[in-house]
Write a protein that binds this ligand. Structure first.
Ligand SMILES: [Zn+2]
Length: 587
């Protein structure tokens, strides 16, 4: 079972103390200027504001009474398709009555909108074979915008979205068991705050490296326009390396990895270069100072990196593998050192009761990279207890990496894997995926989420469902898996109750006020681009959500407000799941 406090819900209490300054910062914003009139009518017509691949199912949703619809070409309003809406279906998760407009038969590249007589027109969207390529680009550039210890400039597409080098003063906190200054370049700001956390970095970087390993052919030639572009290494690996280098620096000489590097408390809502709090390497406060989950996560990403960087930089691949081996050895001696904030530290915990699932993932990746018996043996001795995580997807997040470990093993091309175990993992994944497909088809919004999934980071859960479906498709190709995963993407990009794109600066009606310090500093005219919002959260873990009417259905407990950290924060881990999903849906 996932706790409702997961993903970026890493420091609720300390965030509450910040609420006053956050609310003050809110007054700096003016409401988003919408490009079109007749907003109410448009919000009742929900389309993927990015669009639909040429040969895929194409469905828009309408939550106002109507009978027919037309698809019109945006450039000249010519009708290219006419159809009837399906009968209305009541959706308890939103309270909406939803009708579907199916225009799958439209197979002409172009830019279009829906006209629904009696309701109005929709946002514009595209139909094209590679319709999600630019969104993939934006989502990956979102990581670039989170780089720490360096100047960042989003370039001519987003003039003024830049900042000088940030957080240049690094030091070891007394809790780390070490003293002194430390160079502080590398890593991504984790979320709305400026901290860097090994555990969340692990699932994030691991997911991005998997994106490359699994979908490399689709994304190899997509330039991200980052400083390393053109160096001969694919850009997704260039961007992931920015964080990997920081993770490697978090390893102590004994092989263990410190848990996080943050200030002692969260800063105010200021631009990154204005945050002058020292960036401290924080340990457990007592020997052995490093934590088992952080160290196992380092072993995970080091083992994958050894494979994927080998063709581009063999020396770096070797360094990553050595780090992974030393990290693994440390967890053998220290399998259960939990992390809790030491006294005086109030940034996120990313704490976990057990690090066995991180160790399972590390063993699977190390076995896959090296073929050595010690890793294979550990996996085979421990995998069975994690099989149930496959049955109730999505089973993967920063706290629960058992599914990732099982899939890593089952995806290994090595001849020495246990074929019976691989078969079990595949079959349970496929059975779960079939259930998700059935549920997604039955859901009036065509989304995989159940009512209970609208927790902190529910948009991340949506992307994780998509990831599970695409992994199942690797085990046994099935168009229904890919279609359902794409339905989850459509939900995130505008086909939802709010008719809102949950990626900043993507689509005609994206959300505007992420809980994200660079966006909240007021230095730029809008939010930083390419960032996925946390999404609706039935558990109402902030004052904004708590103030919504008591009878609000779960999928509507969301506020596009900076102060709503429990529904509108950005975070690198769900950003990575979005990238995986986008890459998987490219041609
Ligand atoms: Zn920084």
């Amino acid at each position: 079972m996932r706790s409702s406090l997961f993903l970026c819900s890493k420091g609720v209490q300390s965030r509450r103390k910040l609420l006053e300054s956050v609310l003050l910062a809110c007054f700096l914003f003016s409401p988003a200027a919408l490009a079109h009139g007749a907003e109410t009518a448009q919000l009742a017509i929900k389309v993927d504001q990015v669009g639909y691949p040429l040969n895929s199912p194409k469905v828009a949703l309408v939550s106002a009474p109507a009978t027919a619809f037309e698809v019109r070409r945006s450039s000249d309003d010519v009708v290219v398709f006419k159809g009837k809406l399906t009968a209305a279906k009541a959706d308890p998760d939103t309270g909406d009555k939803v009708q579907a407009a199916d225009f799958s038969a439209l197979k002409q590249v172009g830019r279009y909108y829906l006209e629904v007589p009696g309701v109005g027109r929709s946002w514009n969207f595209a139909v094209a074979p590679d319709v999600f390529e630019h969104t993939y680009y934006m989502a990956m550039r979102g990581f670039y915008g989170q780089r720490c210890g360096t100047a960042v400039d989003m370039g001519p597409e987003f003039p003024g979205y830049s900042h000088p080098a940030c957080h240049l003063h690094g030091e070891f906190s007394p809790t780390s068991g070490t003293k002194g200054l430390r160079d502080n370049i590398g890593g991504w700001h984790d979320a709305g705050d400026y901290g860097r956390y090994m555990v969340n970095s692990g699932i994030t970087t691991g997911t991005l490296l998997w994106t490359w390993e699994i979908f490399g052919r689709k994304i190899k030639n997509i330039s991200l326009h980052i400083p390393e572009t053109g160096n001969g290494t694919p850009d997704i690996l260039n961007e992931a390396r920015w964080n990997l280098e920081w993770m490697l620096k978090m390893q102590d000489s004994d092989g263990g990895a410190w848990h996080k590097q943050t200030s002692e408390h969260f800063p105010a809502f200021i631009a990154p270069e204005d945050d002058k709090l020292p960036s401290e390497v924080i340990g457990t406060g007592a020997a052995p100072f490093k934590s088992s989950c952080a160290t196992a996560d380092l072993a995970v990403v080091g083992a994958i990196a050894a494979r994927v960087y080998e063709p581009y930089d063999p020396a770096f691949a070797k360094q990553a593998l050595e780090a992974a081996r030393r990290a693994w050895a440390w967890t053998e001696k220290n399998p259960d050192v939990a992390f809790h904030n030491p006294p005086g530290i109030t940034t996120g915990d990313y704490g976990s009761n057990s690090c066995q699932d991180e160790r399972l993932w590390a063993a699977a990746e190390l076995a896959r990279t090296t073929g050595e018996a010690q890793y294979n043996d550990f996996f085979l001795k421990n995998y069975a207890q994690f099989l149930p995580s496959l049955d109730s997807p999505p089973g993967e997040d920063w706290k629960s990496t058992g599914s990732m470990g099982l899939w890593a093993y089952a995806l290994s091309p090595r001849k020495d894997v246990d074929a019976k175990v691989v078969k079990t993992i595949r079959e349970r994944t496929l059975a779960a995926a079939r259930n998700v497909v059935e549920r997604t088809r039955a859901n009036p919004y065509h989304v995989s989420l159940k009512a209970t999934d609208y927790v902190w980071g529910s948009n991340g859960v949506t992307a994780e469902y998509g990831m599970c479906l695409l992994i199942a498709n690797l085990f046994q190709p099935d168009a229904s898996f890919v279609d359902a995963a794409r339905d989850d993407l459509h939900y995130l990009l505008g086909r939802n109750t709010f008719s809102l794109s949950w990626v900043t600066q993507v689509g005609e009606h994206p959300y505007q006020h992420p809980h994200h310090r660079p966006s909240g500093s007021g230095r730029q005219p809008g939010p930083w681009p390419g960032l996925l919002s946390g999404g609706p959260n039935k558990d109402r873990e902030d004052a904004v959500l708590a103030a919504l009417p008591k009878d609000t259905p779960p999928a509507r407990i969301y506020a596009d407000q900076l102060a709503s950290y429990a529904s509108n924060e950005i975070c690198i881990n769900w950003q990575a799941s979005l990238v995986f999903l986008l890459a998987g849906e490219l041609p």
